[in-house]
Structure formats: structure tokens, C-alpha cells
Design a protein around this ligand. Structure first.
Ligand code: SF4
Length: 69
């Protein structure tokens, strides 16, 4: 069982990323855009399930994932 505040691992795959910045906007505690590379930098290895769910939903290229329940 996990609720929305349970910490889960965050995985970021930059291969399909096109630098839209949505992840950093919806989850600034987890992702920050690097102005030099125009790609996100991952700030935390884990995040609340709800935060990860939001970031996954807003990433258009399916770069973000976590462990299955
Ligand atoms: S939301 Fe996805 S495609 Fe956009 S910058 Fe973040 S990881 Fe890259």
C-alpha cells in the first residue's frame, strides 16, 4: 500500500527529452532546468507518489517513471 505522500524512486530518461520544462514547473522540488543544456537536472532520488504522478502526466515524452505499485 502506498498513499500520495509515500516516497517513491524517480527515474529520468533524457534520451527522448526535448527540454519543454514541464517537469520543472510541476515538480520544482525534483527537477530543475539546466539553462546550458536545456534539459532537466534531477534534484532528488525520491519524491512523494503524487508529485511523481503529476510529473509523469505532464511530460509529453514519457521520460519520467517510477517503480510500479
Ligand atoms: S517534461 Fe519531459 S520532455 Fe519536458 S523537460 Fe521534463 S523530462 Fe524533458
Amino acid at each position: 500500500m502506498s498513499d500520495d505522500q509515500t516516497l517513491k524512486p524517480v527515474y529520468l530518461n533524457l534520451v527522448p527529452c526535448h527540454g519543454c520544462g514541464a517537469c520543472a514547473e510541476v515538480a520544482p522540488e525534483v527537477f530543475e532546468m539546466d539553462p546550458l543544456t536545456d534539459r532537466p537536472v534531477q534534484l532528488a532520488e525520491e519524491a512523494p507518489a503524487e508529485t511523481i504522478r503529476k510529473a509523469i502526466a505532464y511530460c509529453p515524452n514519457e521520460c519520467i517513471s517510477t517503480d510500479e505499485e
